[in-house]
Design a protein around this ligand. Structure first.
Ligand code: MEV
Length: 458
């Protein structure tokens, strides 16, 4: 037997003793929370007692709050904490905000705060909502005469809207509703594929449930009406509804945020002139415009700010991420979501992004910290939240690119990460204080921190 094979057999046997075969479980969701904790700890962890104790440590001591969290999802066994921080001094359209940010990455909140302060002294952020249109689609297959399908759609369109009136009634009272339904022939992409492409205004709600309910109603009415449409042949009557679902790509639910100032006011450090800094910022964004590897990381930095505010305000960061990256690739090449320019001695830095957000419904009235975050933001409308979130993204990107083109990213990152390393090493408060002082004057790399810590201990 070869050495490699022997090693594989040994690894397999070793794993079998540590992780014995686990049989599938029936009815896991029906177990009580305690039973679920016991089962997962016993079957999948090395030290079941430590696992049980750990999971329970994170239960909220207030049974009411815990029940609330238990019921957000299925099979809840504990809570997963993220830090909630605040970045103050954001001047947005002449109003001062403090931004709640839920994020695990050190230096994001510090960078946001630094950018906010920088622009506070230069007139602050200016923002504008450019559109609030949400999208949903009924995807269906139709085999037959496309001309007849078009005539049928024109006839049935009022009936589609009418059939959803019980769903749209309340939204219409709030100034929202279905704004249009368009028949789209997509058969050049896929044989027999068509869509009802529907647009919505959902005011302060993100509107996912509203949109999906409308779409399912449209689909059902559309199918029923087709069956009874006498101009259709039997094959044409048999429309196949594939699915009805909102789209997270919302290029017309768009917001813009911008900062600008005379180039001469861009003094960020003694080691670089304002002109050189402005030029480097513009170059860095130009690179992210044309080069997808850089663009992805550039946009990831934007998402650091955006996701943190989205999470704190109880919105769906996966939806926002998906839509935003699709928007970044809308011209056929993945590109930067921000722009930078110098014109007539003025430096400007801007972002234009699609954001479908809600400030009512969903988690917004359930999660106590989401409610708190919305209160801190002074109970914004969805449009106001779009502007705040766009600013968070722009500020974060400014801070990241500023570091990249001046000191490099590691200086700030390692300063913030220092505490994490010291905590991992089990440093006492006094040791932390001494080492934080030490690394104000010395470069903090992981090994330098470990060395300094060991030296101090010994
Ligand atoms: C790290 O989380 C984000 C950055 O990589 C963003 C960027 O490179 O622009 C620093």
């Amino acid at each position: 037997m070869s050495i490699t094979r022997l090693f594989r057999v040994y690894t397999y046997l070793y794993r079998q003793t540590r992780y014995p075969m686990i049989s599938p479980i029936e009815g896991f969701s029906k177990l009580t929370k305690e039973e679920k904790v016991d089962w997962i700890s016993e079957k999948y962890t090395q030290n079941k007692n430590a696992s049980k104790a750990l999971l329970k440590t994170y239960w909220n001591t207030d049974a009411g709050v815990q029940k609330l969290h238990d019921e957000f999802i299925e099979n809840t066994i504990s809570n997963y904490y993220l830090p909630l921080g605040v970045a103050p001094n954001f001047l947005i359209n002449d109003k001062l905000y403090a931004l709640p940010m839920a994020i695990e990455e050190s230096s994001v909140v510090a960078a946001a705060s630094k950018a906010a302060k920088f622009w506070l002294e230069r007139g602050g952020f200016k923002t504008k909502v450019l559109g609030t249109e949400k999208v949903g689609q009924v995807h269906f297959m139709f085999t037959g005469d496309t001309g007849k399908l078009r005539s049928f759609f024109q006839k049935v369109k009022p009936k589609l809207l009418q059939s959803a009136s019980s769903i749209t009634k309340n939204m219409e009272k709030r100034g929202g509703g279905v704004t249009d339904i368009v028949l789209r022939d997509q058969s050049d992409l896929l044989d027999n594929y068509f869509q009802l492409h529907c647009t919505f205004e959902t005011r302060d709600a993100m509107g996912a449930n509203f949109i999906n309910s409308c779409l399912e109603q449209f689909a059902s009415t559309f199918k029923e009406e087709a069956k009874a449409y006498t101009d259709f042949t039997e094959a044409e009557k048999d429309i196949e509804i594939v699915m009805s679902i909102l789209s997270n790509y919302v290029p017309d639910c768009l917001v813009r945020a911008e900062v600008s100032c005379p180039v001469k006011e861009l003094l960020v450090s003694d080691s670089i002139s304002a002109q050189e800094f402005a030029q480097k910022m513009v170059r860095a964004v130009a690179i992210a415009k044309v080069e997808p590897h850089r663009a992805v990381t550039h946009n990831k930095g934007i998402m650091n700010g955006i996701d943190a505010v989205i999470l704190a305000t109880g919105n769906d960061f996966r939806a926002v991420e998906a839509g935003m990256h699709a928007y970044a690739a809308r011209n056929g090449r993945y590109s930067s979501l921000t722009d930078a320019a110098v014109e007539n001695g003025i430096f400007s830095f801007s972002i234009e992004i699609p954001l479908a957000l809600g400030t009512v419904g969903g988690l917004t009235s359930l999660h106590p910290l989401v409610k708190w975050s919305l209160e801190v933001l002074q109970h914004p409308s969805a449009e106001e939240l779009m502007q705040i979130v766009a600013v968070a993204g722009l500020a974060q990107n400014f801070a990241a690119v500023r570091s990249l083109v001046t000191t490099g990213i590691q200086e700030g990152h390692m300063k913030m990460h220092l505490l994490n390393i010291l905590n991992q090493l089990g440093a006492t408060n006094t040791e932390k204080k001494t080492l934080i002082e030490h690394f104000k004057k010395n470069t903090a790399t992981h090994s330098a921190v470990v060395d300094a810590f060991e030296k101090l201990r010994n």
